[in-house]
Design a protein around this ligand. Structure first.
Ligand code: NDP
Ligand code: 8X3
Length: 265
């Protein structure tokens, strides 16, 4: 889209899944002077993603892979100031980094898992947003830019075995709503996309690397692909300036709620 040309875009969690596909999709759709800042903890993987993008779309897109653990406030604080000058004016922040750990029920959830989920999904997203807003608020007459948060169906309804994750995504949802209201006098758009089931490394991470447990989650169903969600991210970012796709819920066809799924046996 022409509307995205020349934009500087930060994607968190761009080393895998939805974030990675979103990076590729932005590059494919608007290779005209786009600047993509890809962040995650796995810098080697980010460099591979950057290479793939360059191979596919050429030099119309500048891709900058940066190691960033969003759960570390000092890293987030230093993130924008240490970017090369030409990347410092962030137009679009995609807050995608996030994870779930385990399926234990409250009472038995590992304390470290609680901390990691909260520090990443909630504190990480909030700190990234604050960092971006400080720059976005100084743009244009009253502030300009897009914040696109990846929530989840899990933020709209709690399900057994997901209490902490669900609560973290509900926090994302309420934070998103609140700042959209705070920023009403600006041109800053605050948007949320809530996917249902998407097949990524999400379940592999949830089950601590146990691929067979992860595969069982997607047995008998056709989950969304990360590209499906990437398309929605690029869609909302590419709407005319006056259009705010505030809130979007996206299911695969077999799913109608967090735990209502039709499985073929
Ligand atoms: P993946 O596990 O494939 O990707 C998660 C990404 O987040 C990775 O790039 C990972 O990179 C990054 N990440 C994790 N922790 C951190 C951290 N502390 N700092 C920076 N980056 C981090 O999962 P998805 O693509 O599925 O997940 C993306 C988002 O989508 C998450 O917020 C998730 O909650 C949400 N979501 C997923 C759904 C699904 O069914 N898959 C459904 C609804 C929402 P690295 O390990 O290199 O840091
Ligand atoms: C991921 C979707 O419901 O499997 O956010 O936790 S769910």
């Amino acid at each position: 889209s022409k509307r995205l040309s020349g934009k500087t875009i930060v994607i968190t969690g761009a080393s895998s899944g939805i974030g990675r596909s979103t990076a590729v999709e932005f590059a494919r759709t608007s290779p005209d002077n786009l600047k993509l800042i890809l962040t995650a903890r796995r810098i080697d993987t980010l460099k591979q993603v950057a290479e793939e993008i360059k191979k596919e779309v050429g030099d119309g897109v500048k891709v900058l892979p940066i190691q960033l653990d969003v759960s570390q406030p000092d890293q987030v604080r230093n993130f924008i100031p240490s970017l090369p000058q030409e990347f410092q004016q962030i137009d679009i922040l995609v807050n995608n980094a996030g994870l779930v750990k385990g399926v234990d029920k409250a009472g038995d959830v590992n304390e470290d898992d609680i901390r990691v989920m909260w520090d990443t999904n909630v504190h990480g997203l909030i700190n990234m947003t604050q960092a971006a807003l400080q720059s976005m608020r100084t743009r244009g007459e009253s502030g300009q830019g897009d914040i696109i948060n990846i929530g989840s169906i899990a933020g709209r309804e709690g399900y057994p075995g997901g209490s902490i994750y669900c609560a973290s995504k509900a926090a994302v949802r309420t934070f998103t709503d609140a700042i959209r209201r705070e920023l009403i006098a600006t041109r800053i758009r605050v948007m949320e996309i809530d996917p249902g089931q998407v097949e990524t490394e999400f379940s592999v991470v949830r089950f601590g690397g146990d691929k067979s447990k992860a595969d069982a989650v997607y047995k008998g169903v056709t989950p969304l692909t990360p590209e499906d969600i990437a398309e929605t991210v690029v869609f909302v970012a590419g709407r005319p300036e006056n259009v705010v796709v505030a809130d979007m819920l996206v299911f695969p066809n077999h799913q109608a709620a967090a735990t209502v799924m039709h499985r073929r046996s």
